[in-house]
Ligand binder design. Structure first.
Ligand SMILES: Cc1cc2nc3c(=O)[nH]c(=O)nc-3n(C[C@H](O)[C@H](O)[C@H](O)COP(=O)(O)OP(=O)(O)OC[C@H]3O[C@@H](n4cnc5c(N)ncnc54)[C@H](O)[C@@H]3O)c2cc1C
Length: 354
């Protein structure tokens, strides 16, 4: 046996699990064919945001704490606020009523005048629902910082070579697959193909004379990412992270979309909500795959029917917001030799033995 635990995938989930295993004294190696934060964890909007799902919400609270501890002052002390946009009063009231189920979000209805006052960039006539959430961080730096902590605690990283699951399983005591949107592919024959699948996001990186004060999000987005029922394949978002200001985003299943094709559409749609986007300087596009699970919740725990094989994936559009705490839960489960402490709605046994 080479290592007690081998983790496949150096995204936020794999690096966090490695960190918590390493500080518990477990020998751990992380393998990734490309590198740290090579997948969605290095190319997302950088918003640590409430998941709008009761089963996942505790993971968000813990992730905020973990990120605060690891990132220090790079993790904002208070949320910037998620400003959900609606085109009329009825839709805005619908958002406020919907999010009232999470009292910690303190949803506030904003009529067009108050919305404009809160966010001067907005177009005329926009209604809003302001939620008390959203910590902008640099996604790549955050993932790298977690990996660095893991390394300091003794975790080894083997990056850049091919990864073969059978070989890894025969050389390791326990294996955790945290390969993001590619996790089902890696576990072919062991989990259903749609257990985790890619939901592609294109974002356009821009420079604007004046950026937003909040995370600006078209109201349909948050519900679509939570329920999995995508009502709009290119809902508007304008999200500030310390790394970049991004206009987004697509929610596309299937094959990898073209960033160049989508960029003009995203910018033109965005201009409807924030007119000054038309004057923005475009710096480039990023395309990456959200690991969307079949029921839009993270999948954490032992792969059904497999003794020494674990899965940590399926975080969809909330991996940066839930990933650190997911890694901690997985590390604790692997150390305990049981995933019974993982809440049932998130536990991998809901995949059923295949
Ligand atoms: C446009 C966009 C914006 C987003 N914005 C946010 C946001 O603001 N807030 C938020 O919380 N979340 C956001 N997300 C979601 C978030 O990025 C993901 O949920 C999260 O990064 C997933 O982390 P992960 O560790 O599971 O996977 P990944 O970060 O994708 O890591 C998987 C790793 O596995 C490796 N890998 C792939 N295939 C194999 C293989 N066959 N063998 C071995 N390794 C392999 C890859 O190289 C990669 O390094 C966004 C996603 C997108 C696409």
């Amino acid at each position: 046996m080479d290592d007690a635990v081998t983790i496949i995938g150096a995204g936020i989930v794999g690096c966090s699990a490695a960190y918590f295993l390493a500080i518990a004294g477990v020998p751990v190696t992380v393998l990734d064919p490309v590198g740290i934060a090579a997948g969605a964890s290095g190319r997302n909007n950088g918003l640590v945001e409430h998941p709008y799902d009761a089963a996942s919400a505790p993971l968000f609270d813990q992730t905020v704490e973990i990120m605060r501890e690891i990132l220090g002052s790079a993790m904002p002390q208070t949320p910037v606020g998620a400003l959900l946009l609606a085109e009329d009063e009825l839709a805005a009231r619908g958002l406020v009523d919907h999010y009232a189920q999470f009292p910690e979000l303190r949803p506030v209805l904003l009529d067009p005048d108050s919305a404009r006052e809160a966010e001067p960039l907005l177009a005329d006539g926009m209604w809003g629902c302001l939620l008390d959430t959203g910590y902008p961080i640099s996604p790549r730096e955050a993932t790298t910082a977690v990996a660095e902590r893991a390394r300091q605690a003794g975790a080894r990283f083997e990056l850049g070579g091919p990864v073969n699951l059978d070989e890894v399983r025969s050389a390791s005591d326990q294996v955790l697959v945290a390969a993001g949107a590619w996790s089902s592919q890696l576990l072919k024959g062991l989990v259903a193909p749609n257990a985790v699948s890619p939901l592609w996001g294109v974002i356009v990186l821009v420079e604007m004379e004046r950026g937003p004060g909040h995370a600006i999000i078209e109201g349909t987005v948050t519900r679509g990412l939570t329920t999995g029922k995508v009502e709009n394949e290119s809902p508007f978002t304008l999200l500030p992270s310390p790394s970049w200001l991004a206009v987004g985003s697509t929610l596309l299943p299937g094959n990898e979309p073209s960033g160049e094709e989508w960029a003009p559409r995203l910018l033109s749609r965005g201009t409807k909500f924030v007119p000054s986007i038309q004057d923005a300087h475009v710096q480039g596009t990023l395309v990456c795959a959200r690991p969307k699970s079949f029921d839009s919740r993270p999948i954490l725990g032992r792969v059904p029917g497999q003794d020494r094989l674990w899965l940590g994936s399926g975080h969809g559009g909330r991996g940066l917001s839930l990933g650190a705490a997911s890694g901690k839960l997985l590390a604790e489960a692997i150390i305990a030799g049981s995933d019974a402490a993982i809440p049932a709605p998130l536990r991998a046994d809901r995949l059923g033995a295949s």
